[in-house]
Every structure is written in structure tokens, then in C-alpha cells.
Design a protein around this ligand. Structure first.
Ligand code: XMP
Length: 318
């Protein structure tokens, strides 16, 4: 019988045995997987687990601060690293989605590697890889999806890091990871969070990413997500996000003609992200969100709703 408690007990015991007094470094993303992996390791080896949480400047509004606070409350040995400017510099001038992904992934490796080198005698790299990541990376390497998108959760380790890898969640599905997290006391604000791509808002701003666009998108997205929460729909939607489109459109504000940006709202229902249906959100809610965004977020004068399912569309736009 699989239970989250038995899984946690057995995993913590075997991690203790495997790791002994070794030091382990882990990158926290704010997502469920890396957080649950961190909790298991923390229970096994305490402060020999060194967590690094990087602010890549591509997270949702307030997310870095609030999640870092949660991690500290959980007792994790965590270091927050503000690397926003380095990511923005790496993204400057890039418009191709895969080049953007590579720039973000590459910058992340640089920063994480520099942080890992600050820990004396670190022996292990821990990752929150779960079973579907293992499967997907196999199919990405071997199948046609390789040309569609590169997910960089698995692999991508630079040779010079030379760390052994420990992945305590490798055999689990997402719902099992959540159950383990709940059993270990992970707070609901992390447990119930929608999936969020590693490259973050970097792939939700179509075309070139700039700090100004990030700031606009964060505000619009915040209004969207808060309204989903208030309407009691956040937990019913599998994933939601706001996309900053690379076009401007004409509008009117008072007597003035405006020529500003467009955002698209996206909400999907899914089981595992492999296929997805767009959510039939209530028109009244969409109307309220659209009004709030256009009236409150300077730089946006039009909001559209994405009614595409996967396949043939993907969940993200890039
Ligand atoms: P798509 O857009 O391919 O997305 O339908 C499926 C799921 O994967 C997430 N996604 C990513 N996650 N790095 C990630 O860690 C990426 O480059 C990436 N691209 C897409 C997406 O948010 C959705 O949950």
C-alpha cells in the first residue's frame, strides 16, 4: 500500500543512509516538486541541505518575497539570490522562443553554479525531478517533440559541477508529490499552486523581454489570478496565466486615442499538461477582469481570451 507517510519515512531513512554527512545543494523554484524534495532532504540531513532560490526577474508579482518567507518559516536553510538584472541582460535583444529559453536556462546554470561553489565540499546536487519529467525527457530526446520545445528540468548540468545527483521524487506522479508535501506540512500556498514554467514570464512575453514589459505583465496577471481566487475558481483550473502580446492596438481613453499593448488570458483544464482544454470561465468574470486590467494597468488597452485547446495549440504561447 502506497501512503505519503510511508513514502516519506522510507525516503528520509534511505536519504540519511545515502548522504551521511555530505552536503547537498538544491535549487528551489517555488513550485511543488522542488519544495517537497527540499523538505524530505531537510528532514534527512538538516542544514547540510543548502537551498538556493534565484529571483530571475521572471516570477509572478510578489512571488519571490512571499515564497522565500514560506521557505524560511519551514526552517529550510535557504539563500535568496537577486539575479534579475543578469537575466534581463541575457535576454536583451532576443525574440526567438528557444533562444530565450536557452538564455534563461544558461544564466540560471551560471548563477546556480556560482552559488554551489560557495558551499565548501558540496558533494550532491538534489533535484525535484518527478516521474513524468523522466518520461518526457526521454521522449524529448528521442521524439519529434525535441524540435517543439526544450524543457530544461532534466539534465543540463555543466561538466565542471561534477556533483552526484539525488532525486527523491523520481518515481512519483504529481498528485503523489502533493500528498507527500501535505503530509510533511508544506503550506497550501505552495501545494496548491498552478504549474509554472521554469522560464517563467520570459516565455509569456512574446518577443523581446524587457523589465518594463515584465512589470506590466505582473500587474495584469496579478489581477487575473486574484479574481480567479476570489471567484473560487483557482483550484478548479489546472493552469492559468497571462500572455503579453507583441502587438499594439488602438483604443480610446476619455477623449484620447491610445495605442497600447494587448494581453491574452489563458486558463486550461488538464490532468498532466500533455493535453488540455480551455476553461469556459464565466463571461461576467472575464468582463470584470478585463475592466480591472484595462482601468488599472497602465500600458494595456485590450484584453483577449485564448479559446484554444492542446493539441493542436500548446498551453504556453512560446
Ligand atoms: P506546453 O506549452 O508545452 O506546456 O503545452 C506544458 C506544460 O509545461 C510547462 N512548460 C515548461 N516548463 N520549462 C518548464 O519547466 C519550459 O521550458 C516549459 N515550457 C512549458 C507549461 O507551463 C505547461 O505546464
Amino acid at each position: 500500500d502506497w501512503t505519503p507517510f510511508a513514502f516519506a519515512d522510507e525516503t528520509i531513512a534511505s536519504l540519511k543512509e545515502q548522504l551521511g554527512n555530505d552536503k547537498v545543494v538544491l535549487a528551489l523554484s517555488g513550485g511543488v516538486d522542488s519544495s517537497v524534495a527540499a523538505l524530505l532532504l531537510h528532514k534527512a540531513i538538516g542544514n547540510n541541505l543548502y537551498c538556493v532560490f534565484v529571483d530571475n526577474g521572471l516570477l509572478r508579482k510578489n512571488e519571490f518575497e512571499s515564497v522565500l518567507e514560506s521557505y524560511k518559516t519551514l526552517g529550510l536553510n535557504v539563500k535568496g539570490v537577486d539575479a534579475k538584472d543578469q537575466f534581463y541582460a541575457a535576454l536583451k535583444g532576443l525574440t526567438d522562443p528557444e533562444k530565450k529559453r536557452k538564455a534563461i536556462g544558461g544564466k540560471f546554470i551560471d548563477i546556480f553554479d556560482a552559488e554551489a561553489h560557495l558551499i565548501q565540499d558540496v558533494k550532491w546536487l538534489a533535484q525535484g525531478t518527478i516521474y513524468p519529467d523522466v518520461i518526457e525527457s526521454v521522449s524529448v530526446n528521442g521524439g519529434p517533440s525535441a524540435t517543439i520545445k526544450s524543457h530544461h528540468n532534466v539534465g543540463g548540468l555543466p561538466d565542471f559541477m561534477k556533483l552526484k545527483v539525488v532525486e527523491p521524487l523520481r518515481s512519483l506522479f504529481k498528485d503523489e508529490v502533493r500528498r507527500v508535501g501535505r503530509a510533511l506540512g508544506l503550506p497550501e500556498n505552495i501545494l496548491g499552486r498552478h504549474p509554472f514554467p521554469g522560464p517563467g514570464l520570459g516565455i509569456r512575453i512574446l518577443g523581446e523581454v524587457t523589465p518594463e514589459k515584465v512589470a506590466i505583465l505582473q500587474e495584469a496577471d496579478y489581477i487575473y489570478i486574484e479574481n480567479l481566487r476570489k471567484a473560487g475558481l483557482y483550484d478548479k483550473v489546472w493552469q492559468a496565466g497571462t500572455i503579453f502580446l507583441p502587438i499594439q492596438s488602438v483604443g480610446v481613453m476619455g477623449d484620447e486615442r491610445t495605442y497600447e499593448n494587448v494581453v491574452s488570458l489563458r486558463a486550461v483544464e488538464s490532468v498532466d499538461g500533455m493535453t488540455a482544454d480551455w476553461c469556459h470561465l464565466p463571461y461576467e468574470l472575464l468582463a470584470k477582469i478585463s475592466n480591472e486590467i484595462i482601468n488599472n494597468v497602465k500600458g494595456i488597452n485590450r484584453v483577449v481570451y485564448d479559446i484554444s485547446s492542446k493539441p493542436p495549440a500548446t498551453i504556453e504561447w512560446e
